[in-house]
Design a protein. Structure first.
Length: 132
């Protein structure tokens, strides 16, 4: 008898979402959230997402799942964490298409595997905040 892991189906994996990073103008780095309850971001090599920028703190922010929703939590960084152009005051709930900026690095929270440009286009036309 085979016991199914909670994340053995594609649907269960897609329900968690992804953090997508931009490199040289292209959305190419994908960090899936299905295997974790947190994803750390910072300049030091032990972070899940390493940003080699002196404006990024050693431990800058963390993406954390709380009560079924994903949040970005600034860890007291000097230069701040921004969601849709607004500085995060400790914790910010994420919505699909939210743009996160840490130092020079642009990230996006995507709820499903789709072309990130589609999410950006939908977000931009909804008038829900500013785009970097």
């Amino acid at each position: 008898m085979v016991t199914q892991n909670p994340h053995d189906s594609l649907d269960s994996v897609l329900q968690e979402g992804f953090i997508v990073g931009e490199t040289d103008g292209s959305w190419c780095d994908v960090f899936p959230l299905f295997a974790t309850s947190k994803l750390t971001v910072g300049r030091e090599g032990h972070n899940d997402i390493v940003i080699p920028d002196v404006r990024c703190s050693r431990e800058h922010c963390v993406f954390r799942k709380l009560n079924g929703d994903w949040y970005v939590c600034d860890l007291g960084s000097s230069n701040g964490t921004f969601v849709n152009g607004n500085r995060v005051n400790r914790t910010q709930k994420l919505r699909p298409g939210d743009r996160i900026k840490v130092a020079s690095q642009k990230l996006m929270y995507a709820a499903t595997v789709v072309d990130p440009q589609d999410i950006i286009a939908d977000f931009a036309t909804s008038g829900a905040g500013s785009i970097f």
